[in-house]
Design a protein around this ligand. Structure first.
Ligand code: NAD
Ligand code: MG
Length: 385
């Protein structure tokens, strides 16, 4: 029997890598729903390629365009953010959650409530709604399998039966394109320079987050929700080659690491096949050719986003949701050339100073905090101009 799967954010970087794996085994998978935000053409081509049951475009004004693009097929068509949530809630065995940003929270929650195993790439959903998401997963008996390479590595190395034997969890970071840049270079960095990641090819937003190291900050919070570890046990280590994807240290001093070439199809395949393994076409790791692996401590002076995220993680409550929303606004403002590269962390810090709501207790609370934090961050952007 083929496994029923859905892919949320199918036109993105993670979405396309997922399609690549699934398309190699047409008898192994039956595709239920695929979703995208605005890329009608990409969505329609993928819907035909995978023979999906339903294709949903987030931008409601694109409904007719999608209908036309899929004319003559028996693929169902829908549009709008509610339609994405509805499609995400259709019963399947496995769902790839790969929408970018807090926009992925409601669809991810719908997939969890429908009981699918979740391959979780959408880290912002965990950052802004971690407690609600993990509680829903627990209630519905749903496994959250981390796609993020670091968390996938930790998942593979972590002793899930005996978590008290783990003493530290060390997330590696490539350091991004400005790892060894001076502060003046960073001040004048353009979106083109910031998006040019040295080792990974990824979507725009996460590439900017990698350049500010906010990505690693979001990942600390993500790890806190995915694994039974304290904030003090979580560390960040810069490793420019992106070969060691993360490490788990045990009380006896043993350190386990997962390694591989930087290709997201490896962690995606891990979540697709789990608890089995499947073959992938990914390039094999050739350590003799790489020759050396380097490690260094992160520079929190040049990369203040890391400290902001760590503080939000320790404080908990609404802080991670405010941090995440402010960062989404700041990254968009930087990409639109409204603010400079170093202003991204300023907008986030300013928003955290200006807005400190009580801890959310429900998904509705989170969505309100997310919206209000965005409005505060927007004001911070305007003040910088
Ligand atoms: P991307 O920008 O390439 O793709 C995002 C996808 O989400 C697209 O399909 C887009 O249509 C959809 N989308 C965007 N906004 C939406 C909205 N408002 N409503 C509905 N759909 C929307 O992003 P990506 O790099 O594939 O990243 C996806 C997620 O995976 C992010 O949370 C990212 O942090 C995480 N992640 C990505 C990588 C990577 O290598 N790309 C690695 C680790 C984690
Ligand atoms: Mg990562």
């Amino acid at each position: 029997m083929p496994r029923n799967v859905s892919i949320l954010g199918v036109t993105g970087s993670i979405g396309r890598s997922t399609v690549d794996l699934i398309a190699r085994d047409p008898d192994g998978f039956a595709v239920e729903a695929i979703t995208a935000n605005r890329d009608v053409e990409g969505l329609a081509v993928t819907a035909r390629q995978l023979r999906a049951k339903v294709a949903v475009i987030g931008d409601a004004t694109q409904y007719q365009a999608l209908k036309q693009a899929l004319a003559g097929s028996d693929i169902e068509v829908a549009a709008g953010s509610d339609a994405i949530v509805e499609a995400a809630g259709r019963p399947v065995d496995w769902t790839m959650s790969a929408i970018v940003g807090s926009a992925g929270l409601k669809p991810t929650m719908a997939a969890i409530r429908a009981g699918a195993t979740i391959a979780l790439a959408n880290k912002e959903a965990l950052v802004c709604g971690g407690d609600v998401v993990t509680a829903a997963a627990h209630e519905n008996g749903v496994r959250l399998l981390p796609v993020d390479s670091e968390h996938n590595a930790i998942f593979q190395c972590f002793d899930h039966d005996w978590p008290l034997r783990v003493s530290r969890v060390i997330l590696t970071a490539s350091g991004g394109p400005f790892r060894s840049a001076n502060i003046e270079t960073m001040r004048h960095a353009t979106p083109e320079q910031a998006v040019a990641h040295p080792t990974w090819s990824m979507g725009t937003k996460i590439s900017i987050d990698s350049a500010t190291l906010m990505n690693k900050g979001l990942e600390l919070i993500e790890a806190r929700h995915l694994f039974p570890v304290s904030a003090e046990q979580l560390e960040v280590l810069v490793h420019p080659q992106s070969v060691v994807h993360s490490l788990v240290e045990y009380v006896d001093g043993s350190v386990l690491a997962q390694m591989g070439t930087p290709d997201m199809r490896t962690p995606i395949a891990y979540t697709l096949a789990w608890p089995e393994r499947m073959a992938t076409p990914c390039e094999r790791l050739d350590l003799a050719r790489i020759g050396r692996l380097d490690f260094e401590a992160p520079d929190e002076q040049r990369f203040p986003a890391l400290g902001l995220a760590r503080a939000a993680m320790v404080a908990g409550g609404a802080r991670p949701a405010v941090l995440n929303a402010a960062n989404e606004i700041a990254v968009a403002a930087f990409l639109n050339r409204r603010i400079g590269f170093l202003d991204i962390a300023r907008v986030v810090a300013g928003t955290l100073d200006a807005y400190d709501p009580p801890a959310p207790e429900s998904m509705d609370d989170i969505l309100i905090i997310d919206a209000e934090a965005r409005a505060h961050a927007e004001q911070a952007v305007v003040r910088l101009n």
